[in-house]
Design a protein around this ligand. Structure first.
Ligand SMILES: CC(C)(COP(=O)(O)OP(=O)(O)OC[C@H]1O[C@@H](n2cnc3c(N)ncnc32)[C@H](O)[C@@H]1OP(=O)(O)O)[C@@H](O)C(=O)NCCC(=O)NCCS
Length: 177
């Protein structure tokens, strides 16, 4: 009988800051991520067959940005980009989950929730998570990740910008006791 992915246990999970020497690894993962998104957000692929991610080099030159790689059992499982920016609704400076991606083969096993919680535990302060309104699975995921982290649900605020509609979760994360 075939084992469903969801039945397979997830091994040890690592969230590690990515080195500049790993830029090409992130560029490869970003291609998969953007391709996933292209179902609900218009993304035009270049003549070279790549979507590209122009801001990637900034993740090593701008101190307000940090790139992370996610591994499980020592194997690549996703990426997380964090940045310091203005809150989408009130303009306050906050931490922002700029990009968040778990590879398809590892989904549905709690990995994304675990990784999000690790990020918030290690970077205390005011946070925002912006989710495109059309990305319904991600909306359900973030509502779950935020509520299980805080122990209570947070209602997202709707923000319209540049023709896109976002739901923005805002909350405070505290350092581990
Ligand atoms: C969204 C994403 C990060 C979820 O990662 P994951 O490891 O599969 O998430 P988890 O297993 O921790 O899911 C936790 C809960 O979130 C919800 N959830 C996760 N994926 C879901 C989906 N596709 N549809 C509906 N709910 C979903 C469920 O409530 C789930 O709990 P359950 O498994 O007990 O039902 C992953 O699907 C992904 O990388 N998607 C593409 C990129 C993306 O949309 N990133 C977010 C940008 S805002």
């Amino acid at each position: 009988m075939m084992t469903k992915y969801a039945d397979k246990p997830v091994g040890p999970i690592e969230l590690v800051p990515a080195e500049r020497s790993q830029e090409s690894v992130l560029a490869n993962l970003l291609e998969l991520y953007i391709h996933d998104f292209s179902q609900c957000r218009e993304s035009e692929i270049g003549a070279d067959g790549k979507f590209g991610y122009a801001e990637l080099p900034l993740y090593w030159s701008d101190p307000d940005r940090t790139p992370f790689l996610v591994r499980t059992n020592g194997k690549l499982a996703g990426l997380v980009f964090v940045r310091r920016t203005q809150n989408a609704s009130d303009g306050e400076i906050v931490w922002d989950m700029a990009e968040f991606f778990i590879l398809r083969g590892y989904r549905g096993r709690g990995l994304g929730t675990h990784v999000a919680h690790e990020v918030w535990k290690h970077i205390p302060g005011r946070w925002q998570v912006r989710v495109m309104e059309s990305n319904l699975p991600a909306l359900t995921f973030w509502a779950h990740a935020v509520s299980t982290f805080l122990g209570e649900a947070v209602d997202p605020v709707r923000v319209e910008r540049g023709g896109d509609c976002w739901q923005v979760f805002s909350f405070q994360s505290k350092p581990p006791a």
